[in-house]
Ligand binder design. Structure first.
Ligand SMILES: [Zn+2]
Length: 287
């Protein structure tokens, strides 16, 4: 894999580490806090930090030091993305959120329209899953350790009218409180995601970015690294469309209310040092 090691980023993910979703903070509405930012830093004194901030602020651009797949890997990436897309069409968008890796292989084998994953595609997915994402600049934790991790159906619920699922317990409870405190304008935009779903999202982004894994990982956690696999979810404002997944979301009434009600304890705050864009819509449930 043609990758530039970026060791200098190691150990820098400190700023955001202490900012967590604290469930008992919801018991009594906290005072409105300023937007969660990483601690102020003098960016001129530390070129490495400056580069880290450049990455989160210009997340969707090709930047110096980004890691790319080589041309052979890029062709395998493309065929993998196409197969996962066909798989999603065959099982249905909603079901694909829950489909684990072994089930994906089974459906691919049974449905000629999908077709068997090739050895090269399987090796490629194993490599992407097991490659340490810090290699290409993603500094977040990895809550799912196994490629074949499954979402137990008895532990999740479908959320009516959203096409999405949430984990029972804390995630459902937090969503219920958000709807109560913020109102019906707040809606679940993305909940539980299986490993194959996260593969499709991450690899599609990498494909659109000409095989730039660093660029892809600044917008989408690599498979295994997404907290959507263990309880986190995204909320948006009804009618806000694609803007729900852009920095413009902070201008919405829903975000203002989320902030007033104390839900804006984000996993990926502004200027985080995890190599991830600012995601004000992402609700951190799991510590
Ligand atoms: Zn999210």
């Amino acid at each position: 894999m043609k990758m530039e090691r970026r060791q200098f980023l190691k150990g820098m993910a400190l700023g955001a580490a202490g900012i967590g979703f604290v469930s008992d903070a919801l018991a009594s509405p906290p005072e409105v806090a300023p937007l969660p930012m990483a601690p102020a830093v003098n960016t001129t004194s530390d070129p490495e930090l400056e580069l880290a901030l450049l990455r989160t602020r210009h997340f969707n651009e090709h930047l110096p030091g980004d890691a790319y797949l080589d041309p052979t890997q890029f062709r395998i990436l493309e065929s993998t993305v196409r197969r996962l897309e066909r798989l999603q069409q065959v099982v249905g968008y909603g079901n694909f959120y829950l489909l684990d890796f072994d089930e994906a292989l089974k459906v691919a084998a049974e449905k000629p329209r999908v077709g068997l994953f090739t050895r090269a595609e399987l090796d490629f997915m194993e490599m992407i899953f097991h490659e340490t994402a810090t290699t290409y600049g993603f500094m977040g934790k990895k809550p799912l350790k196994n490629l074949t991790e499954r979402t137990p159906r008895q532990e999740i619920v479908k959320v009516p009218f959203t096409g999405n699922f949430l984990f029972k317990g804390q995630a459902v409870e937090v969503y219920r409180r958000i709807r109560r405190d913020v109102g019906d304008q707040a809606v679940l935009t993305s909940g539980v995601r299986s490993v194959p779903k996260q593969f499709l999202l991450f690899l599609t982004k990498a494909y659109e970015a000409s095989g730039n894994l660093s660029l892809a990982s600044r917008s989408l956690a690599p498979p295994g690294y997404s907290f959507h696999g263990v309880g986190d979810f995204d909320v948006g404002q009804v009618g806000f469309g694609e803007a729900n997944f852009t920095a413009r979301f902070v201008e919405s009434d829903v975000f203002r209310r989320l902030r007033e009600c104390g839900y804006v304890q984000m996993r990926y705050p502004q200027d985080n040092l995890l190599g991830v864009r600012f995601e004000p819509w992402h609700i951190k449930v799991v510590a």
